[in-house]
Design a protein around this ligand. Structure first.
Ligand code: GAR
Length: 216
């Protein structure tokens, strides 16, 4: 099996990145983490990636004239490294439609809400304010509009009466760490197809298997 060369893009602590690196250490995992790129030189995740033996790269967005120049450089680096799949993991920067289209159906993102509810920032505070009974997280293919695109996996968590944004975030994050590696596994194994902007999972035996983190 030829493992898919995967790059992870981060901006901060990189806990989702860590969950992907850990999962990819399994001999039968169909992706290998070849590169971690941060747009912030001070991202804590860089240290974690290095400690795990993963090559890291900083592309400081402040050193580029504009968004297009940054994205062109990012794209060039990904191509030089023969990257097959890009995982956004807390990468807090909007990408240009040009870059997103170049990586169409090969770039995925994790977002801390049940999309299409609560795109953007402060998802946990907004979920509490809206009074929803269930919140959660989504892994989806990336499309030009922020936090949108065909949904691969979601996991729902119940909202407790005494939840704060922080307690809810912690419960959701644990689920992110489960569904993101599962989604990368499915993509790298070639089990995902996108039709009419909906994702089909080859070999998923029942709908329950795609609603909660499936064992793949
Ligand atoms: C995660 O909760 C991720 O879902 C979120 O940022 C956090 C990054 O944490 N991403 C977004 O909000 C994207 N719109 P991490 O650096 O520990 O993985």
């Amino acid at each position: 099996m030829q493992k898919k060369r995967t790059a992870i893009l981060i901006s901060g602590r990189g806990s989702n990145m860590s969950s992907l690196i850990k999962a990819a250490q399994a001999p039968d995992f169909p992706a290998e983490i070849s590169l971690v790129v941060s747009n912030r030189p001070d991202a804590a995740g860089l240290t974690v990636a290095k400690a795990a033996g993963v090559r890291t790269m900083v592309l400081n967005h402040r050193e580029f004239a504009d968004r297009i120049a940054f994205d062109a450089s990012l794209d060039a680096h990904l191509r030089i490294e023969s990257i097959d799949i890009v995982c956004l993991a807390g990468f807090m920067r909007l990408l240009t439609p040009w870059l997103v289209e170049r990586w169409r159906n090969r770039m995925i993102n994790v977002h801390p809400s049940l999309l299409p509810s609560f795109p953007g920032l402060d998802t946990h505070g907004r979920a509490l304010e809206a009074g929803v009974r269930f919140h959660g997280c989504t892994v989806h293919f990336v499309r030009p509009e922020m936090d949108s695109g065909p949904i691969i996996l979601q996991s729902a968590v119940p909202v407790q009466l005494d939840d704060t944004p922080d307690s809810l975030a912690a419960r959701v994050l644990r689920q992110e760490h489960i569904i993101y590696p599962s989604a990368l596994n499915l993509l790298a194994a070639g089990r995902l197809t996108v039709e009419d902007e909906r994702v089909a999972i080859e070999g998923a035996r029942m709908s329950a298997e795609v609603m909660v983190a499936p064992r793949v």
